[in-house]
Design a protein around this ligand. Sequence first.
Ligand SMILES: C[S@@+](CC[C@H](N)C(=O)[O-])C[C@H]1O[C@@H](n2cnc3c(N)ncnc32)[C@H](O)[C@@H]1O
Length: 208
Amino acid sequence: MTDGSRDDLAARRGMSRKVYEPAEDSGLLASAIEKRGHGRLLEVGTGSGWVAERAAATDGVTEVVASDRSPHACRAAQDRTGADGGPAFAVVRADLVAAFTHDAFDTVAFNPPYLPTDPENEWDDWMERALSGGESGRELIEPFLESVPRVLRPDGIVLLLVSSLAGYDAVLDYATDRGFDIDDGAVVEESYPFETLSVVALRPSNAP
Ligand SMILES: C[S@@+](CC[C@H](N)C(=O)[O-])C[C@H]1O[C@@H](n2cnc3c(N)ncnc32)[C@H](O)[C@@H]1O
């Protein structure tokens, strides 16, 4: 039975392992990619590679690059690519989008670590880095929004998973303050007893 606490959520999302297991948020991001993903797609923070694999099988997505900071995640994603006759995708170890060149992607998708975490309770391992969004829940989301426009093609789109735990309005306000336009409403959204998950579509406002 779930009690909605952070530890409960972490346990359900595979905290006992080194690599984030696909969960509700992973499924929502994959659904948003099926609706809005196109062209050359980067999945930041791929974890197991499950979302990247679904993206690579999506009509209109021509090529997928999956990246993660964690070597364990990169290994898991690499094991998945092309396995059992499934679609192939590239795997790159990278911190957010730092490793990628300008104007490289039509779509960038990210299910970030977003659980608000008391600094006293940080546990400092790869699973913590997969789950924790720092005190605000937005400590990875904000640098991602700062850096992602550089790697987007002029008509590119960002698909960002936003949890109410990280503050939906705070994330969208940050994005608009950094020059993103936000499509009306969420591409996909699901509510659970302890959080609402949305995927929002963002475009740099100088896009054509
Ligand atoms: C919530 S998990 C999402 C995993 C997968 N995309 C999914 O939806 O199932 C967040 C992922 O982001 C990765 N991550 C954390 N910090 C990162 C960073 N600075 N750069 C790239 N990936 C990072 C974590 O290792 C983890 O795999």
